[in-house]
Design a protein around this ligand. Structure first.
Ligand code: SDX
Length: 430
């Protein structure tokens, strides 16, 4: 806590508000006691200027395009770490040693199956059900299968078990949702496959079809999962923290994050980007028309995968994903016209004053769908992939919120702008 303070002067009164300085020098005015002192609240629609917590998990600098997990740059983690190791780092705060990583990985293997009764839940869905709907409800329903664990206030051992359950089972649920949609039998997780190959095998193998696991595909998916693993107080993570602050159990809190991520302005953008690129392709490849629609204030259309609440420079994740997309398509010998269209679109965005003046750049969702498409993951599973990646971040923030001494139930204030007091009028007099 910084010793300096900010002075808030209103109605002839001055109030000294403490200033908080973060590790990287970010400054915040602590208004925790503002209403009690001055009877004023602040107004900040969308919370673009409001910090909800002190966090040690992820640091990002939107102006400089910096993103670090527990101090480690994502560029190094994407290149040299594994998704499990990065997940351990986010959740527990330090890179694991060999024994810790082995034990973490073993817990995933032990917890990769879902209860056989849960398969009945899949039967209740139509084959056309969006997999995010299935994912959100199945994750929340997991709680029902662990009545003997305190999932609301787990002790450290119980937390470790629930974290492993969620990290491991979300793959299985996702793959089962895909199999359900294509009418194929579920493929169970295998004990001899690591995280990403196990998921790909559950997705693409079948009793009559072996799935060949290519290292370049595994690497590309691993990079995507690492890059999606956390992003500080984004919409879905803030949702997980808010729901968890009511002492909702971890499964329910994560399920609420999945629902928030589904939105096309958030995690659903990767699916919307491919829809947008496909439409441009079908229309003859005219990116200019798409740009004009995005700039037209009378048109609700927005350029999907472009712009960000925090990044006012190129999203560092987008840079890595763009390179990864090029590498993978070259190695697989795939020429995807959508990648060419995406690059032409990006080139124009980076030069067009409408986007430049508003600091609108490609974000994490702009190129990720190209990779998922090349791997064979269907479009409606793109946001599911985002959820699998973001799982460690959600778990880490829920744990940090639970462990923080300052945590209280989240309950923002409002400014009421409705009618003044008025008396009830019987219906025969209205
Ligand atoms: C993710 O928060 C996170 O960290 C999220 C995320 C994570 O890892 O968790 O990074 C993942 O959600 C990435 C974002 C994915 N969404 C999209 O790609 C959807 C398209 N992007 C936009 O909808 C928008 O940029 C948002 C939602 C991402 C950000 O919206 P903001 O911060 O509320 O920005 P804004 O609406 O205030 O826009 C400022 C200006 C406006 O124009 P003016 O009123 O100044 O004239 O920029 C314009 C907007 O109209 N604008 C766009 C635009 N994004 C903003 N115009 C056209 N196309 C766009 N994509």
């Amino acid at each position: 806590m910084d010793q300096s303070s900010a002075k808030f002067i209103v109605d002839g009164n001055a109030y000294d508000l403490p200033v908080i300085t973060g590790t990287e020098g970010e400054k915040g005015v602590d208004i925790s006691k503002l209403r009690a002192q001055s009877n004023y609240v602040t107004f900040d629609q969308g919370f673009g200027n409001t910090s909800n917590c002190l966090s040690s998990i992820t640091f990002l600098d939107g102006e400089q395009g910096v993103l670090r997990y527990r101090g480690y740059p994502i560029e190094q983690l994407a290149e040299r770490s594994s998704f499990l190791e990065t997940a351990y780092l986010l959740i527990y705060g330090e890179l694991p040693n060999a024994e810790q990583l082995r034990s973490f990985s073993e817990a995933f293997t032990e917890n990769s199956m879902i209860h056989e009764d849960m398969k009945n839940l899949f039967n209740g869905y139509p084959s056309t059900a969006h997999p995010m709907a299935i994912l959100a409800s199945m994750v929340c329903s997991l709680e029902a299968y662990y009545p003997d664990i305190d999932t609301m206030n787990p002790n450290p051992e119980e937390f470790d078990q629930i974290a492993a359950q969620l990290m491991s089972k979300i793959r299985t649920i996702a793959a089962f949702a895909y199999k359900k949609s294509i009418g194929e039998p579920f493929v169970y997780p295998r004990h001899d496959l690591e995280y990403v190959p196990n998921f790909l095998n559950m997705m693409f193998s079948s009793p009559t079809r072996a799935y060949k696991i290519y290292d370049e595909v595994v690497k590309a998916v691993k990079v995507l999962l690492i890059l999606h693993a956390d992003h500080e107080q984004n919409c879905s993570t803030s949702t997980v923290r808010l729901v968890g602050s009511a002492q909702s159990n971890l499964f329910a809190s994560i399920s609420s994050g999945i629902c928030a991520l589904w939105g096309p302005l958030h995690g659903g953008a990767n699916e919307a980007v491919i829809d947008m690129l496909e439409a441009i392709h079908k229309g003859g490849g005219d990116v200019d028309h798409c740009l004009e629609r995005a700039k037209d204030k009378t048109n609700p259309f927005r350029l999907m995968g472009v712009g960000h609440r925090v990044y006012k420079s190129y999203d560092p994740r987008a840079k890595i994903i763009k390179e990864c997309a090029h590498d993978l398509l070259a190695k697989l010998g795939i020429h995807d016209p959508l990648l060419d269209i995406a690059m032409r679109l990006e080139e124009k965005v980076l030069k067009d004053s409408y986007f430049v003046d508003r600091n609108l750049y490609p974000n994490v969702d702009f190129y990720s769908g190209i990779i998922y498409k090349a791997v064979g993951i269907p479009r409606n599973m793109f946001t599911v992939m985002f959820a699998i990646g973001r799982m460690p971040g959600w778990i880490a923030h829920w744990r940090e919120m639970k462990d923080s001494p300052g945590t209280r139930i989240g309950r923002p204030r409002q400014i009421y702008v409705g009618p003044h007091k008025r008396d009830y009028v019987p219906i025969n007099k209205r």
